[in-house]
Design a protein around this ligand. Structure first.
Ligand SMILES: *[C@@H]1O[C@H](CO)[C@@H](O)[C@H](O)[C@H]1NC(C)=O
Length: 170
């Protein structure tokens, strides 16, 4: 876009015009600024992004074995997957986010529909819902194993290609 013809001679007054609050560019700039702010804010409307949700539900770097049923019961609750109802099935990956994210960008094999299979195995714990106990709440059966993971990766604002869904390796 070229600046509107100026009355003055010489014509490098572009930046001056852009800074003017009354110039025709001001509205465009303002709109651009608003759009930028909105899109770079992951929780502008208070909702969790898919990327944040993936981390909450599937990344557990810090817990230590044993990954028992009690681990699942505690962890599922702590990561907010037991309200309003007990989530039926969930997998925790015992690895840091960067290593999992690298499956999207470097260490995985791409398949259709933005699915990426890790070439390497990860230590994971599957938590399978068994029943709801009146006192203890959601109760799970834990299975810990080492296996390749399958994740869906998408372009995430500010993070590049990043995991947004987890799916078990088939
Ligand atoms: C992952 O595995 C695929 C299929 O065997 C292979 O083509 C690719 O080079 C591997 N990637 C890495 C980083 O080892």
């Amino acid at each position: 876009m070229s600046p509107a013809p100026s009355t003055t001679a010489g014509g490098s007054s572009g930046s001056e015009e852009a800074m003017s609050p009354r110039g025709p560019h001001a509205a465009v700039l303002l709109m651009f600024l608003m759009l930028t702010l909105m899109s770079s804010r992951p929780t502008a409307d208070g909702r969790e992004t898919q990327y944040a949700k993936f981390q909450r539900q599937h990344i557990d770097e810090l817990s230590h074995p044993p990954f028992s049923d009690a681990y699942c019961n505690t962890r599922m609750k702590k990561q907010k997957m037991t309200t309003p109802k007990c989530k039926d099935f969930n997998t925790f990956i015992h690895s840091d986010l960067a290593t999992v994210k690298a499956v999207c960008t470097r260490t995985g094999t791409k398949r259709p529909n933005n699915r990426y299979y890790s070439n390497d195995s990860f230590s994971v714990t599957d938590c399978k819902f068994i029943r709801k106990d009146p006192r203890q709440g959601c109760m799970y059966k834990a299975t810990t194993l080492s296996r390749r993971i399958c994740i869906t990766c998408e372009q995430v604002q500010g993070a590049g290609l990043a995991p947004v869904h987890y799916g078990s390796y088939k």
